[in-house]
Design a protein around this ligand. Sequence first.
Ligand code: SF4
Length: 191
Amino acid sequence: MDVSRRDFLRVSSGVAGSSALGGLTGLGANLAPTLARAAELRIKDAKTVPSICPYCSVGCATLVHTVDGKIVNVEGDPRSPFNEGTLCPKGAAIYQLHVNPNRPTKVLHRAPGATEWELWDLERAMDRVVELVKKTRDETFVERLQNGKRVNMTPAIFSLGGATLDNEWNHIHQKLLRGLGIVAIENQARI
Ligand code: SF4
């Protein structure tokens, strides 16, 4: 590829604010083989598993690439008739759900009025949740309304679920909460 100084300045000014890749392609450089090779190296020998983005009700199809059981890449599945290989910024960041040094993996507890977080082990945290749920339910349980209608519910506990909970989790979660008489349940999975 012959690029004169004039060509370089013309293209550089034309792509000011754009990317270096844009500048190179503007000069006629064909980057397709290089980009294809880079993509191939990343997922070379990887196992590909079809999956679905958990973030919203669109349910875009994804391909999850793993090497030795570890996720190395997540991208849109081009076979999907509705997302056709694309993902929105949230979906494109799914990889970081799994591989992210900033992801908390320990229970942090901040007591009422405290300014610092305390590290708790999971057993202690679960025992505390159970203790508070039982106490609150016992104190607020309503068996019948004033008109005599049986309701067996507590209006004092609210459950808020995230979009990344899967169907199986939500099924069990609903059974547990309904069984406890909790009626205020919100989750994106209802969509
Ligand atoms: S990629 Fe974006 S639009 Fe698609 S399901 Fe995920 S959050 Fe929804």
